[in-house]
Design a protein around this ligand. Structure first.
Ligand code: CAA
Length: 419
């Protein structure tokens, strides 16, 4: 979409993403078990809302509209109606128009898309929030909840872990029909963990992963699906994490910047956003992410750029194979050749097109509703030199994000650049 009003990311806040294997995550053998509890959905939303307002010096009273992306609060936390939870997080938001949007793992991206539309329609200061709590249930029960992002009636029976099974199907085809190897898929996860080890907010900040472990199944990296046909094609290290966390950002027009006493130089510019939706009932081609490709094509056109112009990207690596397919859908690699980028180290922090610099969904974590908001903040933070130990040596000036719901079904792609 070509914008008729400029849109700026002023900044925001990402809570720590936590879950199993994170040092602060409370579980029965944690020394603090019984003394304190993990943050609730309500606390996480409040941290994202107030963190974003504080980080940008935005008085809540000046926010015109807000959205929250959340997938399944009703299932993990028995709580829906999250627009009112955003308002409940800060008295200055009372009686503002706030709503929750849902598009599976692209819920955060959809919240952002709503804010962009609102700015095009004349609003000046918007708040975009994403949050999800997923550790209130076991990974197996969570697999059932997350399966609501597939076509549940048809696909739930694939495996208790429906989404890992859906992407095992892609793994199976990519390994059989292209030159991609298990080692290439392992390299994606090794890169994700290495980046996360430099990121204090990352779920996997304290867990290391080497290529010998990541490239094949073994006692420390089991194939865990029950579906016999698909089980050999999904290892634990291929998967994004079951994480809790939230993110919030302030998106404004030029007039919004003025109202807040800021200038374009205080922000990054969101120059283009494309949102596309595929067909829930059609599985498509396992070797292609056509909805993602369609979204990127539109996002590049809106920004007047090509994939060659990108200097950084945040992509939806819900599984390692997804990142390889995203390289191809984004035009960073030819079809079937995504593996070359990771094999040559081009998407590492020192490469020419670093991808998922803070660890992505595999390393940073994947609190589903928060992911699309976090991705935009990550590119913004790289551009502003705020990434600490994983800051790129040369601050990027143009970057992309891709947030995906379901198996390449709801996609939100953005292009950001420095002002
Ligand atoms: N050998 C064999 N099997 C083993 C094993 C071993 N050593 N260890 C564990 N398993 C099996 C067991 O069957 C176990 O289940 P039970 O405990 O119920 O028997 C199962 O693996 C899971 O084990 P854990 O609960 O110990 O695993 P975990 O909590 O560490 O979770 C994970 C690991 C299952 C991979 C989990 O991280 C996961 O589910 N990740 C994927 C999350 C996901 O799918 N997110 C959505 C992505 S899709 C997307 O983004 C788009 C969208 O719209 C949804």
């Amino acid at each position: 979409m070509a914008f008729n009003r400029r849109v700026f990311v002023l900044g925001g806040h990402i809570t720590p993403f936590i879950g199993k294997k994170h040092p602060d995550f409370i579980w029965k053998r944690h020394p603090d078990f019984g003394k304190r509890e993990n943050p609730t959905l309500e606390e996480t939303i409040s941290a994202a809302v107030n963190g974003a307002l504080d980080a940008t010096g935005t008085p809540a009273e000046l926010v015109d509209k807000a959205w929250i992306g959340n997938f399944v609060g009703e299932l993990f936390s028995n709580q829906g109606h999250l627009g009112a939870a955003v308002v409940g997080s800060n008295p200055g938001l009372m009686y503002k128009p706030v709503m929750r949007v849902e598009g599976a793992c692209a819920s955060g991206g959809l919240a952002l898309a709503c804010a962009v539309d609102a700015i095009q329609a004349g609003n000046d200061i918007t708040l975009v929030v994403g949050a999800e709590i997923q550790t209130t249930a076991s990974a197996r029960t969570g697999g059932d909840y997350l399966a609501r992002a597939s076509h549940y009636a048809r696909q739930r029976e694939l495996d208790d872990f429906t989404f890992p099974a859906l992407f095992a199907w892609r793994n199976k085809h990519i390994l059989a029909e292209t030159d991609t190897t298990e080692e290439d898929i392992g390299r994606v996860s090794v890169k994700a963990y290495a980046n996360a080890n430099k990121n204090d907010k990352a779920h996997m900040k304290a867990v290391s992963l080497d290529l010998a472990t990541a490239r094949e199944a073994g006692p420390n990296n089991p194939n865990f699906l029950a579906n016999e046909e698909l089980a050999p094609f999904m290892k634990m290290s291929d998967c994004s994490q079951v994480s809790d966390g939230g993110a919030g950002l302030i998106l404004v027009s030029e007039e919004g910047l003025r109202k807040l006493g800021k200038a374009p130089a205080d922000a990054t510019e969101l120059v283009s956003l494309a949102q596309v939706t595929g067909n829930l009932y059609d599985d498509g081609n396992p070797l292609r992410m056509d909805a993602t490709a369609n979204a990127l094509c539109k996002a590049y056109a809106g920004a007047g750029i090509t994939s060659k112009d990108l200097q950084v990207a945040e992509v939806h690596d819900c599984f390692a194979v997804t990142e390889l397919l995203m390289y191809e859908a984004m035009g960073l690699a030819e079809p079937g050749k995504g593996f070359q980028l990771v094999r040559e180290g081009r998407t590492e922090l020192t490469g020419d097109i670093p991808v998922n610099t803070g660890g992505g969904l595999i390393g940073f974590g994947h609190p589903v509703g928060a992911t699309g908001v976090k991705q935009v903040l990550e590119v913004h933070r790289q551009m502003r030199g705020e990434c600490g130990a994983y800051q790129l040596a040369k601050k990027p000036t143009l970057g992309a994000t891709v947030n995906m719901g379901g198996n390449d079904k709801t996609v939100v792609a953005t292009i950001l650049r420095t002002t």
